[in-house]
Design a protein around this ligand. Structure first.
Ligand SMILES: CCCCCCCCCC(=O)SCCNC(=O)CCNC(=O)[C@H](O)C(C)(C)COP(=O)(O)OP(=O)(O)OC[C@H]1O[C@@H](n2cnc3c(N)ncnc32)[C@H](O)[C@@H]1OP(=O)(O)O
Length: 230
């Protein structure tokens, strides 16, 4: 399962993480804004063609140096993870709304605004987007000590359509059994729950321990993870 997972060391401190985020998050926000603008603009065809030319020039500049595949998950030496390509939360991923979750007293919670880019039924949130956000929610709820569990089964019930706009996610662990953690998650609008999910999260038996990942990213050992690329 984990043999080809991308763990790599970024040997940086919190100040450098903050500096990088201060550059990249506004860029990602601008791209999100671009996506929203392309969906909602009513300018004429000539303006659309001019915009495409300008955007293609930016893409060429960004591709001057780039990674071969996805962003992967980088860790600092003290094990701060930087999943900046993540589809739900990634600081570099304009597809991500982005969702920001925090855990307080055993409850994982996050607020996010879902705009035009997340539409399914007219004016309402796409069911796949709701499932994406709930999957991330149950994943972070089940995670302990920065060590992930993988979603084994995610059962999603759509109770009523979710209007585009602000939503809240809440998740809590409902039980554990060996390597399995059971999680209940809810997505709500101002009037209450619109989508709920129950998940069986599993810590894979082949997943490296935190010590093994630390050893892998600092170059002392590569037990089951890829060799790091500092
Ligand atoms: C701080 C970090 C935060 C990160 C948040 C990230 C959130 C994102 C969450 C995701 O989207 S994860 C990506 C989507 N999920 C996957 O890609 C998982 C793909 N499947 C697998 O990797 C493996 O099938 C899995 C890890 C789920 C299970 O493999 P194992 O080899 O560890 O399972 P095994 O066969 O040993 O079974 C262990 C137990 O789990 C049960 N089980 C196995 N697969 C299951 C399944 N799919 N659903 C429910 N239960 C399952 C199995 O019956 C058994 O129960 P018992 O112990 O009671 O006998």
């Amino acid at each position: 399962m984990s043999a080809d997972m991308d763990f790599r060391l970024e040997d940086i401190d919190d100040a450098e993480i903050a500096r990088r985020l201060s550059i990249v998050e506004p860029l990602t926000d601008s791209v999100r804004d671009l996506v929203d603008a392309v969906i909602r603009t009513e300018v004429d065809d000539a303006e659309l063609i001019a915009a495409r030319t300008a955007i293609e020039a930016i893409v060429t500049r960004l591709r001057a140096r780039q990674k071969d595949k996805g962003y992967g998950v980088a860790f600092t030496r003290d094990f701060t993870g930087m999943p900046w390509g993540n589809a739900a939360t990634g600081a570099r991923n304009a597809v991500a709304p982005p969702l920001r979750l925090s855990k307080v007293d055993g409850v994982t919670r996050g607020d996010v605004v879902l705009g035009a880019a997340y539409e399914g039924p007219g004016g309402h949130v796409h069911g796949g987007i709701a499932a994406l956000l709930l999957d991330q929610l149950v994943g972070e709820t089940a995670a302990a000590d920065n060590m992930p569990s993988f979603t084994g089964t995610l059962t999603v019930r759509y109770l009523r359509p979710t209007p585009l706009g602000p939503v809240t996610l809440t998740g809590r662990v409902t039980g554990t059994e060996g390597r399995k953690t059971f999680v209940h998650g809810e997505l709500s609008d101002a009037d209450g729950v619109t989508v709920e999910a129950d998940a069986v999260m599993i810590r894979p038996k082949s997943f490296p321990s935190r010590d093994q990942i630390s050893a892998a990213i600092t170059g002392h050992d590569t037990p089951t993870a890829d060799k790091p690329t500092p």
